[in-house]
Design a protein around this ligand. Structure first.
Ligand code: FO1
Length: 329
């Protein structure tokens, strides 16, 4: 097991990968891990380029994450954002802490000097040492926007707002009629992304949001084909336990694309590689063991293990289950 590649969104993907690194340190210390991260949540805010999922993975694996929140820095203050609000600027409902702002300032500084997002990410990781190669899915900007299906505040039905406004300001509680990934048609997989999939011994789809995180990465030209043709086993971990989203509001995203909120439905949405999809195997929680026979019938090897990412031992055990499933020929 030399090359492991993970396609990750934010909090769920970061927490799982921390367990994966712990497990690999024991069973395959020679393995190197590449994490391909969703950039569809990125935005320009206060003149700064914000990359929520890249930062969440970098901080989590680099030991700088606010553990309770799952995003941002611990022991934060908000003096700068309070001053920005005093000018009537910024997003009052989106917290850019004083320490976190330094990351956005340095990133924007380097982007304006001509660095690509990949180069900026590599530079930031020199400080944080996440223990993985962190790759944005693309160096071209891709932004997920949602089409509102009802009037809310200053917005009208039919308006598009940035995913983060829907997610953070409205907690995905406002009806939307669909997602729009702006910039996707001009996006190219970032350097190393397609090779990290085709040269992998194992590719993991962690319990990130299957629509706006994993789904966005899969929509980058070439990624699906690389997953379908890689010699690696492709193993996914269900983000749904017992019919409910583990974290965040994945159920609201799944409903928007007419996919049932169940471990089985998400696996079938990704599809079996033998049927033109991207999955070889799928890990479900013990409460969803009834999904194993229909998964097998669909050509997806699966197992039922505890999937609550309560702490590092739990995510390490999940990673061990992924490695077992991957080895199961
Ligand atoms: N999530 C929130 O629920 N509230 C916030 O105010 C917030 C601010 C924020 C700032 C920087 C950052 O990197 C992430 C932030 N997040 C916040 C989390 C973010 O919404 C999620 O990490 C992903 O975008 C969705 O998975």
């Amino acid at each position: 097991m030399k090359n492991v590649t993970v396609l990750a969104g934010g909090i769920g993907g970061a927490r799982f990968t921390r367990g994966l690194l712990a497990q690999l340190a024991v069973v395959a210390p020679e393995a190197s891990v590449t994490v391909i991260v969703n950039t569809g949540d990125d935005m320009w805010l206060d003149g700064l380029r914000i990359c929520p999922d890249l930062d969440t993975v970098m901080y989590t694996l680099g030991g700088g994450i606010n553990e309770e929140q799952g995003w941002g820095r611990p022991d934060e203050s908000r003096r700068v954002s309070a001053e920005i609000a005093a000018y009537g600027r910024g997003w009052s409902w989106f917290t850019l802490g004083d320490l976190d702002l330094a990351t956005h300032i340095v990133r924007t500084d380097l982007l304006r000097a001509g660095s690509t997002l990949s180069e900026v990410t590599e530079f930031l990781c020199r400080r944080w040492q996440p223990g993985v190669r962190l790759l944005p899915m693309s160096d071209q900007p891709v932004e997920t926007h949602v089409c509102l299906a009802e009037n809310i505040d200053e917005h009208a039905a039919g308006d598009y707002i940035h995913f983060e406004e829907w997610w953070v300001r409205y907690r995905a509680r406002v009806a939307v009629s669909g997602f729009q990934q702006r910039g996707l048609s001009d996006a190219v997989a970032a350097p190393g992304v397609l090779e990290a999939i085709s040269a992998a011994d194992l590719v993991v789809l962690p319990p990130s949001n299957p629509v706006v995180s994993i789904g966005t990465i899969l929509a980058v030209p070439g990624v699906r084909d690389a997953l379908r043709s890689t010699a690696a086993r492709v193993v996914g971990v269900s983000p749904i336990i017992g019919g409910a989203a583990v974290r965040g509001m994945a159920d609201a995203c799944l409903a928007t694309i007419d996919v049932e909120t169940s471990a089985l439905a998400v696996a079938l949405h990704y599809g079996a590689r033998s049927e033109g999809g991207v999955l070889d195997s799928w890990l479900v929680d013990e409460t969803d063991a009834a999904a194993l026979p229909p998964l097998a019938a669909a050509g997806i090897r699966s197992a039922a293990v505890p999937l609550w990412m309560t702490d590092l031992p739990a995510t390490t055990a999940m990673a061990a289950a992924v490695l077992r499933l991957a080895a199961d020929r």
